[in-house]
Design a protein around this ligand. Structure first.
Ligand code: ADP
Ligand code: 3PG
Ligand code: MG
Length: 411
């Protein structure tokens, strides 16, 4: 009984997730607002390859500027592990912000210390300052109180506009909220609102498509969605773990040994909700232009020394039939090695179907680093109801967790 009550409480707690947003702040004029953004973007020779995450922070920044606040932006980039790494400096992002915005963005090559303090003090209303990569400081990933207090000392108010890092209990995401009043930025609130719609109060049939490569990072999402959804379609290398659990021959295909028993258990208990591929594109070696054959599952035993590279054409149609019926649809993870032609066929096909069904009758959400890259490449990014810029954070949110970065922002 108590367990049931705890579960009901947890459900209500999560899906009534009301956040304190910045538009409820009365007077921002002259206030210094420290905004945690996620500018962890792919860079090549200082050029930003994917600007979406940066662009999504503009609404909040523009709002604060319009209200005459002094804005300090802070972010991490990559994993420098507490040390200065030249290639992971946020300086190129400052140039980009400068070139894109109407306002000049100043940059300071540290994030704590006297120099930063004096730069912060010098800020005038509506001016913007970007701090250097937070993870150059070992305190960031340790959720260090001293480091977060130093960051907090720069400002009057803290705003979290970095949904994609909310699964990390880091100093600029978690500990800092002990020292400053904390609010959610517009994009963070939007992420939470849309992803919450996938977990409660949704229309049926609800269908999830989970692909990609590492089952260890996706198994809890699969488990949580199996409890709630009508079907969970499994593609990509994730499916290999389930084939292994069924004692099928998967040749030299990738799988995670430690998860086969769990996959077996899920298959046993999921009451037919787990939908696996019914045929596959297999090849001797995954490489550009490699020859392949499409085989039914039962034919796998007749092959040796092969790799599963993509779902097969029958699976494309089979998966499409579930997508087509769905009223709620979420997709994370490609169906095959989509970076390498011809093994992009299954992913491109599913991408097209998910995007058009989400544009049409279903509430459809797409997320995951590689998955979004695919959507972008297919010029379909504008089609789903929502595209999450988060990878790990979206997965952990869909596991049903209240993320450490979100909890302090709740009303
Ligand atoms: P996302 O970032 O969208 O969550 P993942 O990182 O989980 O996706 O997985 C993407 C990777 O999965 C891609 O690099 C793709 O090549 C790989 N992948 C998908 N199917 C297979 C497969 N059958 N064998 C090997 N790798 C695969
Ligand atoms: C992401 O890219 O998913 C976020 O920026 C978090 O980055 P991290 O995985 O390095 O913590
Ligand atoms: Mg990925």
């Amino acid at each position: 009984m108590i367990l049931v009550l705890i579960r009901v409480y947890k459900l209500v707690f999560q899906y009534s997730m009301k956040l304190k947003t910045i538009d409820t702040l009365k007077n921002l004029k002259n206030k210094t607002v420290l905004v945690r953004v996620d500018y962890n973007v792919a860079l090549k020779h200082g050029k930003i390859l994917e600007t979406e995450r940066i662009e999504r922070s503009f609404e909040t920044i523009n709002y604060l500027v319009k209200k005459k606040a002094k804005v300090i932006l802070m972010s991490h980039l990559g994993s420098p592990e507490g040390k200065y790494v030249k290639d992971l400096s946020l300086k190129p992002i400052a140039y980009f912000l400068d070139s894109r915005g109407k306002k000049k963005v100043a940059f300071v090559n540290e994030c704590t210390g006297e120099h930063v303090k004096s730069q912060a003090k010098k800020l005038k209303p509506a001016q913007i300052l970007l701090l250097e990569n937070l993870r150059f400081n070992p305190g960031e990933e340790k959720n260090d109180l001293k480091f977060s207090r130093e960051l907090a000392s720069l400002a009057d108010i803290y705003v979290n506009e970095a949904f994609s890092v909310c699964h990390r209990a880091h100093a600029s995401v978690s500990a800092i909220t002990k020292y400053l009043p904390a609010y959610a930025g517009f994009n963070l609130a939007n992420e939470v609102e849309n992803l919450s719609k996938l977990l409660g109060g949704f229309k049926r049939p609800a269908v999830a498509i989970i692909g990609g490569v590492k089952i260890s990072t996706k198994i809890k999402v699969i488990q949580n969605l199996l409890k709630r959804y009508d079907q969970v379609l499994i593609g990509g290398a994730l499916a290999n773990n389930f084939f292994k659990a069924q004692n099928r021959n998967i040749g030299n295909s990738v799988f995670e040994k430690d998860y086969v028993a769990l996959a077996k258990n899920l298959l046993k208990n999921a009451k037919g909700k787990i939908i696996l591929p019914i045929d596959l594109r297999i090849t001797k070696k995954i490489k550009p232009g490699a020859k392949f054959v499409s085989v039914k599952l039962d034919e796998l035993k007749n092959h040796q020394n092969f790799q599963i590279a993509d779902i097969g054409p029958k699976t494309e149609n089979y998966f499409e039939s579930f997508i087509h019926r769905s009223k709620t649809l979420v997709w994370n993870g490609p169906m095959g090695v989509f970076e390498i032609e011809p093994f992009n066929h299954g992913s491109n096909y599913i991408c097209q179907k998910v995007a058009s069904h989400a544009k049409g009758p279903a509430f459809g959400v797409v997320g995951g680093g590689e998955t979004i890259a695919l959507l972008d490449r297919m010029h379909l990014k504008a089609w789903p109801d929502f595209v999450s810029t988060a990878g790990g954070a979206m997965l952990e949110f869909l596991e049903g967790k209240v993320l450490p970065g979100i909890r302090p922002l709740m009303k």
